[in-house]
Design a protein around this ligand. Structure first.
Ligand code: PRX
Length: 630
């Protein structure tokens, strides 16, 4: 048996001893009295009785040995700025932000919504929340007012931290009007607003409600805000993610379990050493940004690069130039980004000294073989695919090279990580599939390991009903992904079982997009599906029934309506959710009981066999889609 196989086996056979050892990787104010309390499944409580602080673990504890070492490297090719914050600088900035938050009335347990571009202040705000025991909820800067409003309403924040603008391709994108509109749309009483002014877009400030970070930072230059020692189970953050219903779920994470899980993953999976540099190209609005831009690398005592900009501007060598300049040892990105880089001049990869880099980690969507082969040959470094979810916070399947060097297999993210009791289940019978090469739903036997979601914010029932009741007769966590396992125990992920799609590594709910489109006065019904795309993995395609069918034969009118719908989605959810096409039909394929047959639509769009259609009410509906996509 390999060292990793032993390591994995022990994590499940002796979880208390295993996780007690991992817990030593972080600082505790009060050590835990009990490792795991699973008396009320599926709710797992990790490191019960322990108290700690995430910000202390990410920042303060490193002051002793590495105060002057780089901690946060904020690079923006949008504004042509680059600033390195040492752990000492970061400590000071986070305390200024924490003092500002306290000044604005934020207390332990209050929510702080962070709607920010990829700038250092976003990380200060996250860490400041952790410092004072407030619960942050970062909303991806690419989302627009509708998405933001629903998140404000669900999180009911005491404070919103935002900025005048983001930027794309050198063009500012104003955030403030989107934020003002979201506050107007939401039923939540308007909270205090803290604005970072990047001087990119003029802002109108609401007197008494809106405050400028520049002013309050000045007031708190010498702030000394001690860390609030919170229970291990105290929520550190919520992060909204899409599922089957239109309403996004607030994935709630604890404090102690998360700190331990990240520290352990930095050691066993990312082979991290304090003093080195980590570069994750994700965004703080996504889970990868939480775990592997902000908390993971800092907890490990590494410098972390926060990058605002495109991978191709000023040219396709920009990321590699950062690897050279900051001697990056571990890099984390998504297959989509690699596919974008693949279209650039291959000489750009050879232009920089990449000798510091030990491995490139990729996640968020399936890693196709041509992409994997190209990047692996071009870089000449190990490419490590890892599969996980917003809900789990850290990899479920990958290769733990920090424990034991193991080969990767193209097309497979790898094997179950320690602590995850991963199984494949037959969707219809609920039986476990133990043999090789059988397709089933990927599930995890409880308790979920440390770092995974505690519950859905303010909705325990939704947590249980959504994730733990989808397999008949079994209390297991469903990932809603199809998978198979080969004879060597390597898993292959075959796509979602639900209505979630993955566009360029961004997780989107087709129902959210449908709800947004349905708001158009000339649309009565719509179906949105994810369709395979060479560059983005998937793109959203919409098929809508128009109220005024007389307009259908008119190509110019159709084009105009399509444009209106795309604008509507942009304004409501953001350009990330915009369908690549909106096509018009008079009928949508449904079962006799009225359920939309999205999988059949998707199959037709991908020119696959739509499978068994005996339950379909009217085959003419699918024929219309076939004709449109022929
Ligand atoms: O369908 C799986 C896909 O992305 C989903 C989770 O997305 P999100 O919550 O945004 O978390 C991303 C964290 C990396 C999964 O249910 N997915 C994620 N990683 C992979 C993947 N599919 C195939 N291979 C992967 N490595």
């Amino acid at each position: 048996m390999t060292r990793y196989a032993d390591f994995y086996k022990r994590s499940l056979a002796e979880p208390d001893a295993f996780w007690a050892e991992q817990a030593e990787l972080v600082d505790w104010h009060t050590p835990p009295k009990q490792i795991c309390d699973y008396t009320n499944p599926p709710f797992a409580k990790w490191f019960v009785g322990g108290s700690m602080n995430l910000c202390h673990n990410a920042v303060d504890r490193h002051l002793k040995d590495r105060a002057d070492q780089a901690a946060l490297i904020a690079v923006s090719t949008e504004t042509d700025t680059e600033k390195v914050y040492s752990f000492r600088d970061l400590h000071a900035e986070v305390q200024r932000m924490a003092a500002t938050m306290v000044d604005l009335g934020v207390k332990k347990g209050d929510r702080v919504l962070i709607y920010m571009p990829m700038i250092a202040e976003a990380a200060f705000a996250m860490l400041a929340c952790a410092r004072i025991g407030a619960i942050h909820s970062v909303v991806f800067g690419g989302f627009a007012s509708g998405s933001l409003a629903s998140r404000i309403e669900d999180a009911s924040p005491a404070l919103i931290v935002s900025a005048d603008a983001g930027s794309r391709s050198g063009k500012p994108i104003a955030y403030k009007p989107l934020l003002d509109e979201a506050i107007r749309l939401s039923k939540h009483k308007p909270p205090a607003i803290l604005m970072v002014d990047r001087v990119l877009c003029p802002m109108e400030l609401v007197a008494g409600r809106d405050h400028l970070w520049r002013d309050l930072r000045q007031k708190h230059l010498d702030a000394d805000v001690p860390c609030e020692w919170v229970d291990s189970t105290h929520p550190s953050y919520t992060l909204y993610t899409s599922g089957t219903t239109g309403k996004p779920k607030g994935v709630q994470r604890d404090t102690g379990g998360y700190a331990v899980a990240l520290a352990a993953s930095m050691k066993h999976i990312f082979c991290a050493n304090a003093g080195e540099t980590y570069f994750s190209t994700s965004d703080i609005g996504w889970v990868v940004g939480h775990s592997y831009i902000v908390y993971g690398p800092l907890i490990a005592g590494m410098a972390t690069i926060m990058y605002e900009g495109l991978p191709t501007r000023p040219d396709g060598g920009i990321w590699w130039s950062l690897v050279e300049k900051y001697k990056v040892t571990a890099m984390f990105s998504a297959p989509t980004a690699v596919r974008v880089l693949k279209k650039q001049d291959p000489a750009l990869l050879k232009k920089y000294d990449l000798s510091s880099l030990r491995a490139l980690y990729l996640a968020g969507e399936p890693l196709d073989e041509p992409t994997a082969t190209w990047i692996s040959e071009s870089l000449g470094k190990p490419i490590i695919d890892n599969y996980w979810q917003t809900e789990t916070g850290w990899p479920i399947l990958t290769i733990a090279n920090g424990v034991d060097k193991a080969p990767s297999k193209f097309g497979s993210p790898g094997v179950p990580m320690y602590g995850y009791d991963v199984k494949l289940i037959d969707e219809n019978t609920g039986e476990e599939l133990k043999g090789a090469d059988q397709k089933g739903v990927v599930v995890i036997e409880g308790p979920l390991p440390p770092g995974c979601m505690q519950t859905v914010w303010r909705d325990d029932d939704r947590f249980v009903n959504t994730y733990w009741k989808s397999i008949p007769g079994k209390l297991v966590y469903s990932t809603f992904d199809w998978g198979i396992r080969d004879k060597d125990g390597y898993f292959f992920i075959l796509g979602r079982t639900d209505d979630v799609i993955n566009v360029a590594g961004h997780r989107l709910g087709t129902r959210e997009i449908e709800e947004s489109i349905s708001a158009h006065p000339n649309i009565s019904e719509v179906a949105v599906v994810g369709v395979a795309d060479q560059l983005k993995g998937q793109v959203a395609m919409a098929f809508a029934i128009v109220k005024d069918a007389a307009l259908l034969p008119d190509a110019a009118a159709r084009l105009k309506l399509e444009g209106e719908i795309m604008k509507l989605v942009d304004k409501d959810l953001g350009a990330v959710a915009r369908p690549s096409r909106v096509q018009f039909v008079t009928l949508l394929p449904k079962t006799r009981s009225g359920k939309l047959l999205r999988r059949a639509i998707q199959a037709v769009c991908e020119r696959r066999d739509p499978g068994d259609l005996t339950t379909m009410e009217d085959p003419a509906a699918l024929q219309q889609i076939k004709d449109l996509t022929a």
